[in-house]
Design a protein around this ligand. Structure first.
Ligand SMILES: CCC(=O)OC[C@H](C)CC[C@H]1O[C@H]2C[C@H]3[C@@H]4CC=C5C[C@@H](O)CC[C@]5(C)[C@H]4CC[C@]3(C)[C@H]2[C@@H]1C
Length: 423
């Protein structure tokens, strides 16, 4: 499609943004902006660098009785966790631009849609072992995706969920993320709570949308250490797009003053970033922290579509994905409606039978009725974060710190009992 063709449908699309009702998935975006990939696949972006996710397992002090050495190693580990987290951002927020030219509108997963796969051990000597991904659309209204990434050999589990609330300004789409990630290194008996930054979509006017992160996100360790990460785009303090500054403190209390920082990291999460000791802001003459362009992401291994279960994403959306790749608008609508009609019939059957859809591998845990033993409660209080269903990273006592406190948690027992869907 030439730019001129785009601009006519795109300008009508931009006008539709003006009448935005809050639910992005209900908007009819022009076909050229549609992605053939379902949102349930985005969970894979949390572990396209399995080596970085697992690295803290290999940063332990030999001398258990040496307090200073233990302290030094726990600081090294939260720095390694921050490096892993920064390494996920290019895949999370730039991969569509890199593969398809612009950010795209993902397919809106149906309730119960699943996506599974694995990363093989690419390390020398097999110290990493296999890592698997389970991803499930646990809610359709509003859309919520839950995921778990499990590495048995190193007893490391990353689990979390994501939902969004979007609002529109004249020129950009503003997105608040809901949910969080919990990272547990069971051998180390150490865990981390990771919150999700707000984002906005820029480039809408020029029909070349891309994600820019904003605000602040946190990584809280069970050792007390906390990483506070501030995001900015072009025109902000650093003037470059995809910029961030991360400061690591001994605990939440000392994060009140920037000069208490034990380490400072800054640069671009989609490019190079640097690290310096203490609170001084690092520059390219300091030690390289991470280079997002240099490290190649490891693609998840997903079995061929013909071996997939009907609930698996690429099989379920196969005809729609092919129609999108052919830009065959009528076929896209036709194939999408057949999936939507199947879903409507399922919901109708459930209503008349008085049943409701059972989530497959995840439980909706109510933290107000049961203080589940998982570290979410202790990590949230270390970070002074709300345990409620507030925008991710909301502080305790903030205006959203009330209402439900229900969060999605993986049940590996249910995965072990799974008989139909295989990795
Ligand atoms: C409906 C309006 C429309 O189609 O506008 C077209 C534009 C492509 C902008 C809207 C879409 O932009 C997409 C970007 C998506 C986020 C990208 C990455 C993540 C991180 C992941 O861990 C969780 C999901 C999340 C937040 C995606 C959520 C959905 C976003 C905002 C898509 C917008 C519909």
């Amino acid at each position: 499609m030439s730019g001129a063709m785009h601009s006519s449908t795109w300008s009508t699309f931009l006008k539709s943004i003006a009448s935005f009702n809050g639910d992005l998935s209900s908007m009819t975006a022009p076909p050229f902006i549609l992605s053939p990939t379902s949102l349930v696949e985005y969970s894979q972006y949390w572990a396209e660098h399995p080596d970085l996710l697992l690295e803290p397992n290999f940063l332990v002090s030999e001398d258990k009785d040496n307090k200073d050495e233990r302290e030094a190693m726990s600081l090294k580990r939260i720095i390694a966790v921050t490096r892993w987290f920064i390494s996920t951002l290019r895949s999370q927020y730039c991969s569509r631009n890199e593969s398809m030219g612009t950010e795209k509108k993902p397919l809106n997963p149906f309730l119960g849609e699943v996506f599974v796969g694995k990363w093989d051990d690419k390390s020398a000597g097999g110290k990493l072992g296999e890592t698997i991904l389970l991803s499930e659309q646990v809610s359709h209204h509003p859309p919520v995706t839950a995921y778990a990434i499990n590495n048995e050999q190193n007893k490391t589990v990353l689990q979390g969920y994501n939902g969004i609330k979007a609002t529109m300004s004249a020129t950009s789409i503003n997105v608040k993320q809901y949910g969080h990630a919990l990272l547990e290194y069971k051998t180390l008996e150490e865990s981390y709570l990771i919150t999700l930054p707000p984002l906005h979509i820029e480039g809408l006017i020029t029909a070349s949308p891309f994600v820019e992160l904003e605000g602040t996100s946190y990584i809280q360790s069970s050792t007390g250490h906390i990483a506070v990460i501030d995001y900015s785009g072009r025109g902000y303090f650093s003037g470059k797009k995809n910029s961030f500054k991360a400061r690591i403190y001994r605990d939440k209390l000392s994060s009140a003053h920037k000069d208490n920082a034990l380490a400072s990291i800054s640069g671009q999460w989609s490019g190079k970033s640097y690290i310096a000791k203490g609170h001084s802001s690092p520059s390219s003459s300091d030690e390289l922290f991470y280079d997002a362009k240099e490290k190649v992401p490891e693609r998840l291994i997903v079995k061929p579509i013909e071996e997939q279960h009907p609930l698996e994403s690429r099989r379920a959306w196969q005809k729609v994905a092919e129609a999108i790749k052919k830009s065959d608008y009528d076929l896209i609508q036709q194939e999408k409606s057949s999936i939507e009609n199947q879903q409507r019939d399922l919901r109708k059957e459930e209503r008349s039978a008085g049943t409701s859809w059972e989530t497959r591998w995840f439980d909706h845990v109510d933290y107000q009725s049961e203080h589940s033993q998982d570290p979410f409660i202790s990590l949230s209080s270390l970070a002074n974060l709300s345990i409620h269903n507030a925008p991710s990273g909301s502080l305790r006592g903030s205006k959203h710190d009330n209402g439900d406190a229900k969060h999605w948690r993986v049940s590996f027992q249910k995965w072990d009992e799974e008989s139909e869907i295989k990795i």
